[in-house]
Every structure is written in C-alpha cells, then in structure tokens.
Ligand binder design. Structure first.
Ligand SMILES: NC(=O)c1ccc[n+]([C@@H]2O[C@H](COP(=O)([O-])OP(=O)(O)OC[C@H]3O[C@@H](n4cnc5c(N)ncnc54)[C@H](OP(=O)(O)O)[C@@H]3O)[C@@H](O)[C@H]2O)c1
Length: 287
C-alpha cells in the first residue's frame, strides 16, 4: 500500500497523519526537528524518516504541513533530492496559498494540490477528533484533485473544489469566522470585566450563549438566526449600552460601535424592516 508522507509534524501535520493512520493509511513523517517526527510516528503507529530523500524513496504521496512561509524551502529541498518526481503527488495544507506554490514540482512531472481543512488545530489529540467532522477545500491539477477527492471520500470528509484565484478571499473568510470570532468573544469578556464580573464567571456564563448563537446560524443562517436589541430595533437599549461604555471604559466604545454597525447591516438585510429604526440606530452608532 502507498505510504503517505507528511513533511512538518506540527499541529496539523501530526493530527492529519494520525487521522490517516486511524483510517488504515500507512504514514511517514519528516520534520525539521527530528524529535517531533518521532513523536508523531509513535502516535500514528507510522514511520519516522530522517531525510527528504528517504521520504521520497518511501512515499508516492507527500503532504506538506509546515508553516506557509516554509513551503518554498521544502519545495527546494524536494528538488535538491534529485529523485524522479514523475507521477508523484504533492499537496500542501495551507489555506492561504494555492498549488502554484508547488509549480516547480509540477514542472518535474508531479501532480500538485492544496488541501485545506476548515478547522482550527491546537494539538494532535483534539486535532484528530476535529478532523473527523472537518470540511476540506481542494484545488490543484485534475489528477491530484481526483486522487485526493477519492481519499476524502474514503475518509468520509466532505469537501469542495476551488480555484487558485479564489484562495486568498476564501482564506480571508475562513480566518474571519474563526479568528475574529475569538476576538469578539475576547471583547465581550472585557466588557464583562468592566462591569465588575469576574473572568471565570463570565467565561462559564457566556459559553452557552456563544454556542446557542452558533447553533442559530447553523440552523437558520445569519440573517434569520440573528437575535438581540439591534434586530428588534430597540434603540433605547443600544443608547444605554453606549452611555454605559462611554462612562466606564470610553476606550472600548469605538469597537462596540463598529461591531454593532456590522450587526445592523445583517439586521437590515432581513428582519429589521423599519426604516426609522434603521436610521436611528445608524445615527447612534456613527463614529
Ligand atoms: N493549525 C491549524 O489550525 C491549521 C488549520 C488549517 C491549516 N493549517 C496549515 O497547516 C500548516 C501547518 O500549520 P501548523 O499550525 O500545524 O504549524 P506548526 O504547528 O508550526 O507546525 C509546522 C511544523 O513544520 C515543521 N517545519 C518547518 N519548516 C520545515 C522544513 N523546512 N522541513 C521540515 N519541517 C519543517 C516545524 O518543525 P520545527 O518545530 O522544527 O520548526 C513544525 O513541526 C500551515 O500551512 C497552516 O496554514 C493549519
């Protein structure tokens, strides 16, 4: 059976390798710091290799899960190994980069792709679990998309195909829903702290609310799933928020207004039909 090689045994590389192994694939790891490849191989019941040459010798499919900025360097290392790349498959796992980053390998006859799981991985243990429900995007050469599409079908992971030109905007969207969401929650914690509610209580109390909001989006979409004072057009309540923040923590007011303006846009696209309320809220929330 074909052994799938992973270059970069970090958070995603290790998680993905272990995930593949749990689905019956043989995996081999190469990492700049050898110790990490060894740990990943132990976790996956796979092979650790010490050089890129060995990896090329062992595997016909190689995934690159280094940081985005190291993909170019890995491509050079692979070319320097002077192996026959004809018919081999190389894919990297960056959300932001396209398979163009692997074009020097394609010139040598390799099939190339980018394969990106839309999920956030902070450690291999939870990473493997999160991968089982992850949605992937896939772009690259026709053959690479066919092979990796078959692999994803076998893993039972849903995916969609995109183009190289779409990747930056696609990744901007993915980063916003993941990372900006965290920043919004962080901002909420700050307001709770300003109100004098301790962090632990705030965190425990807000979690079900956050999860409920995410579930509403999943079940009803953003426009119909929106709740709260803005979508109701309760401008007296919003005025109360503004006055309270202004009095206690004026440095937090700009962010409140920016976020509330975004909420107002979503509200005005659907549930909030009253022009007077939209205009009053717009006036209250201007800079
Ligand atoms: N983590 C996520 O949530 C996530 C989600 C989707 C996609 N991705 C993508 O997955 C890729 C990896 O991200 P990550 O978060 O897993 O990063 P990470 O934890 O920092 O892991 C990167 C690994 O690559 C190794 N490495 C760096 N340069 C190398 C080289 N030239 N040769 C061999 N190994 C090398 C590093 O080894 P050293 O320890 O020796 O430096 C490290 O173990 C990125 O392209 C990222 O965009 C990540």
């Amino acid at each position: 059976m074909n052994v799938i090689g992973i270059i970069g045994a970090g958070k995603l590389g290790t998680s993905f390798g272990v995930y593949l192994a749990r689905h019956g694939y043989k995996v081999a790891f190469f990492n700049r710091t050898g110790q990490k490849a060894k740990a990943a191989a132990e976790l996956a019941g796979g092979i650790m290799v010490e050089t890129v040459e060995d990896l090329l010798h062992t595997c016909d499919w190689i995934g690159i899960a280094t940081g985005d900025d190291q993909v170019g360097e890995v491509v050079l290392n692979l070319l320097e190994a002077r192996a026959d790349l004809e018919g081999k498959l190389f894919f990297h796992m960056s959300g932001a980069l396209s398979s163009d980053r692997l074009k020097e390998l394609a010139k040598e006859g390799a099939e190339t792709a980018s394969l990106h799981p839309l999920q956030s991985f902070s450690d291999p243990q939870t990473g493997v679990e999160l991968l089982s429900s992850a949605y992937f995007s896939l772009e690259g050469t026709e053959q690479a998309k066919k092979w990796l599409g078959e692999m994803l079908a076998n893993l039972k992971n849903p995916f969609f195909v995109i183009t190289a030109a779409q990747k930056s905007l696609y990744h901007a969207a993915a980063s916003i829903v993941s990372n900006a969401l965290v920043s919004v929650v962080d901002y909420g914690f700050l307001l709770m702290e300003t109100a004098g509610i301790d962090e632990e209580t705030a965190r425990r109390a807000l979690m079900p609310l956050i999860e409920g909001s995410v579930r509403n989006v999943r079940d009803r979409g953003t426009v119909e799933g929106l709740t709260g004072p803005i979508v109701r057009g309760d401008f007296g309540t919003i005025e109360g928020h503004i006055n309270a923040i202004h009095a206690k923590a004026p440095e937090l007011l700009d962010e409140y207004k920016q976020l509330a303006r975004m909420t107002l846009k979503t509200a005005a696209r659907g549930q909030l039909k009253d022009d007077y309320k939209v205009q009053t809220l717009t006036r209250l929330l201007k800079d």
